[in-house]
Ligand binder design. Structure first.
Ligand code: GLA
Length: 398
């Protein structure tokens, strides 16, 4: 069974490689879920290991169901690392009874009772990144346990793997284990882009981290060499052809509202994730959100760009130093366009129609998605003043 699936995957992988820049669109994982980028919340960016427990998860579900997020499309409540402590005599994974005294099944039931879906985390190696038990050697047993609990989403990390362990084979094994449960489960691959998962994961996972962990800063290279928003954008640009319905590049969870970025930066972060057709997993404390954070996470017009049914990831179409134009083709033939100012001063940025694939003569309706205003019909180009570390995001519809 395992050998057969690996042979099939190897063939698919070869086909993907041979298909070159057309990427893996034709080979997307067909498990019926994540036809648009998954939306929800994940515990890690705010609560990390120390702060996670069942109270936080229940409160998050309460908030998501009542603060407008559920209506806006947020669906999954995902517990990241540190919910598990060991295995019992039969090898079954055991949850931390101090942090999750009611058990994982009860928590999943609670999340479901709010009309939401429930997600959990494991690791392809011997231990998770926070040194909790990993799934290696227990893939089928763990997958069945998750399904019994009512898990709808699984993130599988890549810490503490064995020397020479193949990422493609390991994630294929978990895909098969999840499939064997018969439960539709979104499969989120998290090997940080280290073995270029966009080249092989299209038929294995519903999403794959394309970069290392996001940090809560706009330009982390300036600060200390980490992965801020702009560093991640540079890594996502160029791999857009590998994303599509059922299989998405994942630039990591949102840092909106976690305090490291100002309002413009948070808006730009959210806008650019939507333009990249990224999974939108809020990573902040939903029970204590500022009005600005709420306004950003709930901007339905920006979310609609992310969730466009065509599922084409946007890309950078023009770069003039720190001033950039990004464009995403939408199902109705329109474009979502982000004028992105990475510089330290406000600047005027112009998107020419030829940058976004239209003849200059075309007249198109332009709508500003943050001002929430139609700005009229334009021909040839659209220009706007863009704040430092900010975006102006518009749709352009001929
Ligand atoms: C890795 C992942 C993060 C998070 C932590 C948990 O760093 O990339 O997203 O899951 O592990 O320990």
């Amino acid at each position: 069974m395992r050998i057969r699936s690996m042979v099939v995957t190897g063939f698919m992988g070869l086909m993907v490689v041979l298909s070159g820049t057309t990427g893996s669109r034709a080979f997307g994982l067909d498990n019926g879920v994540a036809r648009t980028p998954p939306m929800g919340w994940n515990s890690w960016n705010k609560f990390a290991c120390k702060g996670i427990n069942e109270k936080v998860v229940r409160e998050t579900a309460d908030q998501m169901a009542s603060n407008g997020m559920k209506d806006a499309g947020y669906e999954f409540v995902v517990i990241d690392d540190c919910w598990q402590t060991g295995r019992d005599a039969q090898g079954n994974i055991v949850a931390d009874v101090e942090r999750f005294p009611s058990g994982i099944k009860a928590l999943a039931d609670y999340v479901h009772s709010k009309g939401l879906k429930f997600g959990i985390y494991t690791d392809a190696g011997t231990m998770t990144c926070a040194k909790r038990p990993g799934s290696i050697g227990h893939e089928y047993q763990d997958a069945q346990q998750y399904a019994n609990w009512g898990v709808d989403y699984l993130k599988e990390d890549w810490c503490n793997t064995l020397p020479g362990q193949s990422s493609e084979s390991s994630y294929t094994l978990m895909r098969e284990a999840l499939k064997a449960t018969g439960r539709p489960i979104v499969f989120s691959i998290c090997e940080w882009g280290s073995t270029k998962p966009w080249l092989w994961a299209g038929s294995i996972g519903n999403m794959w981290r394309s970069t290392g962990d996001i940090q809560d800063c706009w330009d982390c290279k300036k600060a200390w060499g980490g992965n801020g928003v702009v560093q991640i954008l540079d890594q996502l640009n160029g791999i857009e052809s590998y994303a599509g319905p059922g299989h998405w590049n994942d630039p990591d969870m949102l840092e909106v509202g976690n305090g490291g970025m100002n309002k413009e930066e948070n808006r730009a972060h959210f806008s650019m994730w939507a333009l990249l057709s990224a999974p939108l997993l809020a990573g902040n404390d939903l029970a204590n959100m500022s009005a600005d954070t709420r306004e950003i996470l709930l901007n339905k017009e920006v979310i609609a760009v992310d969730q466009d049914v065509m599922g084409l990831q946007g890309r950078r179409v023009k770069k003039m130093g720190d001033l950039e134009v990004w464009s995403k083709q939408l199902a109705d033939g329109g474009r979502a366009v982000a004028l992105l100012n990475r510089s330290d001063k406000a600047a005027t940025i112009s998107a020419d129609w030829t940058d976004i694939g239209y003849p200059t003569t075309v007249s198109a309706a332009v709508r500003d998605l943050w001002a929430k205003k139609d700005v009229g019909r334009k021909s040839g180009s659209y220009s706007a003043e863009v704040p430092s570390h900010g975006v102006v995001m518009v749709t352009v519809k001929p």
